[in-house]
Each structure stands twice: as structure tokens, then as C-alpha cells.
Design a protein around this ligand. Structure first.
Ligand SMILES: [Cu+2]
Length: 253
């Protein structure tokens, strides 16, 4: 049985397992609560107990039941914390350094994607910026994708259901998250904090390509950027050349 969207990352299954662990504890707590609530209604009905009892809870025999509940609650919390700390560390603290860095910025109302430019760094002047409705962020398969998450105007929430990744993005802060996709496909990037009237339009995609397809896609993007930036035959271009020549001439002397 799988009640979740398809998992497409290396750590997604760990998150699902944690969900089921917590669900198990909650289900047990629910059953116990329902029994504790309804059983006394029958056991101590007016017919069987015409005179109501007044219990202060001070006697040990009464107080122990409070302690049992407290111990069970604390134990389940500790077991969950013990089970999840490795996953938390892996996802939140040990962010890989090797991989591809991308920028994902929430604006009213779109997700803006930044690919590194020729300098290999994101969020610099030479980035390739995709700011279109329902746009796609292409990433290669089996590679660490390091995502710099930001918000420009209000609080948004990056949600990648298929990567089991979700994070509130707050203007002025950068948070780094990562994912390593194991399946080729097209996966949603949505906003899950109501951020204004067109919040529901914040639906973009991460497209996981094979490495060859990704290289082809990026080559085309860079070529497009190059042609857009190509110097037009105008005065400034000639000026730059003249300057470079004079510097060379100075070096020779
Ligand atoms: Cu939003």
C-alpha cells in the first residue's frame, strides 16, 4: 500500500517510513483514548453505580494511571526522535558539497529558477534565470541537486512532493536543501503556504533528465544566453578592443 505520490529520491523512503512509524503510535494512542473514554460510560453507568464517586487522584492507586499515560507518551516520543535523528542529520545537516547548485526563489506568484552561469555559481549576474509560469527546472538523474531556497516578497513554501521535501521560505533568508533523484520524470514544485490571490498558480516542475539529455538541454540554454548577450556592432564593442590593445602595448614596453 502506498498512499503517497511516487517517491523519486534517495531519501524519500526514509521519510515515508518515519511517517508510518508516527502513524502507528498515533493509531495506538487513538485506540487507547477511545477505550478510556467510552469504557467507563458502560462500566460505571447509573444502573450499576447509582451513587457517583468523588475521586481526587491523590491516592497512589489512582495516580499511577496518570503516570502510565505519561510514560507511554514520553517513550513514544523518544523512540520517534531516536528513529528520525539519522534522517534529519542526512537531510538538514550533512548537505553534500558535490553536485549541481540551483536557485529556487518564490515570488508573488511564481517559482523563479536560477541555473549557474559560466562562473559555476548561482545567484550571480551571469545566471540563467527562468521566470515563466509553469516553467521547468531541468536536473540530471543520480546527482546531488543542492537547492538554494529563497522568497522575494512574502512567506512561500517550497514543496516537492515526489522528493518528500518541503520548506518555508522567508524573505531575507536562504536555506539550502538537497535531493538526489533516482527516476527520470516530471515532478511538481508547488507552494504550500497561502501567499496571496494567485497562490494556486505557483505550480512549476522539476524535470529529471538522463545525464545526456541534461547536458543537451543545458548546452542549448547556454547557447541561447550567448546569442542574447552577443555584442551588437556598436561603439562600446570597439572601445573595449582599443583598450585591450593599448594594455598589451604597455606590457610589451
Ligand atoms: Cu507562494
Amino acid at each position: 500500500m502506498n498512499i503517497f505520490p511516487e517517491n523519486a529520491t534517495t531519501y524519500g523512503q526514509e521519510i515515508d517510513n518515519l511517517f508510518y512509524l508516527i502513524l502507528t503510535f498515533v493509531a495506538i494512542a487513538f485506540v487507547i483514548s477511545v477505550v478510556v473514554l467510552f469504557y467507563p460510560m458502560f462500566r460505571y453507568s447509573e444502573k450499576r453505580n447509582p451513587k457517583a464517586q468523588y475521586i481526587t487522584g491523590e491516592k497512589k492507586s489512582h495516580f499511577k494511571w496518570v503516570m502510565y499515560a505519561l510514560i507511554m507518551l514520553a517513550m513514544s516520543d523518544f523512540i520517534i526522535m531516536y528513529a528520525e535523528h539519522g534522517t534529519w542529520e542526512k537531510i538538514e545537516e550533512d548537505v553534500p558539497t558535490d553536485g549541481i547548485r540551483v536557485g529556487i526563489t518564490g515570488i508573488q506568484w511564481n517559482w523563479v529558477f536560477n541555473y549557474a552561469g559560466k562562473d559555476g555559481k548561482v545567484m550571480t549576474a551571469d545566471d540563467i534565470v527562468i521566470n515563466e509560469a509553469n516553467s521547468e527546472l531541468h536536473v540530471p538523474i543520480n546527482t546531488n541537486i543542492i537547492m538554494e531556497l529563497r522568497a522575494r516578497d512574502v512567506v512561500h513554501d517550497v514543496f516537492l512532493p515526489n522528493a518528500r521535501t518541503k520548506y518555508d521560505v522567508i524573505p531575507g533568508r536562504t536555506h539550502v536543501k538537497w535531493a538526489n533523484f533516482t527516476k527520470v520524470g516530471k515532478y511538481e514544485v508547488v507552494c504550500s503556504q497561502i501567499c496571496g490571490v494567485l497562490h494556486s498558480k505557483m505550480r512549476n516542475y522539476i524535470v529529471v533528465d538522463t545525464k545526456e539529455d541534461y547536458d543537451k538541454y543545458m548546452a542549448a540554454l547556454y547557447a541561447k544566453q550567448d546569442s542574447a548577450n552577443a555584442p551588437k556592432p556598436a561603439a562600446p564593442a570597439i572601445d573595449t578592443t582599443a583598450k585591450a590593445d593599448s594594455t598589451k602595448a604597455a606590457d610589451k614596453k
